[in-house]
Design a protein around this ligand. Structure first.
Ligand code: GRG
Length: 297
């Protein structure tokens, strides 16, 4: 049976090695920008999104050289979202990944630009995916899907806007589902779906993997809500309790801790069922899904 702790450690090392290769070197001009991007990127995240992409690629026997570029692009986009999320104009956080946030270390202007820089690097890396087989149209379709996942129509940006505008106000179940599915779920779903596309999944396989991504993506944010209530700053690497203090729309606020845990577990189980077609090739994806519901950081 797969040891998930070992798997995560091994894949994180692999992702970090390729990120280091694909992201501009720290000495490149202007160094303060490259250093700010690298500071947040290598501050110690779990690399869940790239690892999900790699596991999907492995399950479908996709080409590593293609999927690793997607994996690195996903982490650049994710880190970019964290840098901007931490800005005073948004969540105003001092700590992230166990370190002072990018704007605390480099100032707001450089932090904004470091986020913008990571976004641009992500798409540069994607456009350089070797496209001999199955072809440049697939790469273009992957880029389109990723843009939709992070964009203003139900993507990360839209989710973040509704998250900001509902804070401190009463919110509905539908708004909560929208925030969590778009702000967090969409990029996780895209990590799985885009890797499946690059690995030449059939339309049916893609649909099932998309369902898997949607379910575990939503579960990921439900667990994030729970951790904000129950965990310490040492374990999380950021300040806990902020969602409650700012009256954010969360699962724990609407359903309480117990019910939120049940919802997360159920979502993960439903996700796992939707990829039963993979058989033993889907073992890592299933273990990653289980990790999402039991994680403590
Ligand atoms: C277009 C990508 C993009 C962003 C602009 C700022 C913003 C709009 C969105 C913020 C979205 C956000 C921060 C959502 C929270 C997602 C989340 C659960 C983050 C924590 O992820 P982990 O636990 O963190 O994977 P590590 O540090 O392990 O990578």
């Amino acid at each position: 049976m797969l040891n998930i702790t070992e798997y995560l450690r091994e894949k994180k090392t692999l992702v970090d090695r390729h990120l280091d290769r694909l992201v501009p070197a720290a000495e490149e001009y202007p160094p303060v920008l490259q250093q700010a991007m690298r500071y947040s990127l290598f501050a110690g995240g779990k690399r869940i999104r790239p690892i999900l992409a790699l596991a999907t690629g492995e399950a479908l026997e996709g080409e590593f050289d293609r999927v690793i570029r997607l994996a690195c692009a996903l982490e650049c986009i994710h880190t970019y979202s964290l840098i901007h999320d931490d800005l005073p104009a948004m969540d105003d956080d001092d700590f992230r990944r166990g370190n002072p946030t990018c704007h605390k270390k480099f100032g707001e202007g450089i932090a904004i630009l470091a986020g913008n820089g990571l976004m641009t690097v992500a798409f540069q890396v994607l456009t350089e995916i070797p496209s001999a087989s199955p072809g440049a149209e697939t790469v273009l379709a992957v880029i389109n899907r990723l843009c939709r996942a992070i964009g203003p129509q139900g993507g990360v940006i839209a989710g973040q806007v509704v998250d900001l505008t509902t804070a401190g106000k009463p919110f509905t179940e539908e708004e909560l589902l929208y925030i969590h599915s778009s702000k967090t779920g969409a990029l996780i779903e895209a990590s799985v779906s885009c890797a499946a596309m690059l690995s030449e999944a059939t339309p049916d396989e893609l649909e099932r993997l998309k369902t898997f991504g949607l379910k575990i993506g939503l579960a990921f944010q439900v667990v994030d809500d729970i951790l904000d209530v129950v965990e310490t700053s040492e374990r999380l690497g950021k300040t806990p309790g902020k969602d409650t203090a700012e009256k954010k729309a969360t699962y724990t606020a609407l359903y309480g801790l117990e019910r939120s845990r049940e919802i997360a577990e159920q979502l993960v189980e439903e996700g796992i069922q939707s990829i039963s077609f993979l058989g033993s090739a889907g073992e890592a994806l299933k273990e990653l899904a289980r990790f999402i519901s039991v994680r403590r950081f």
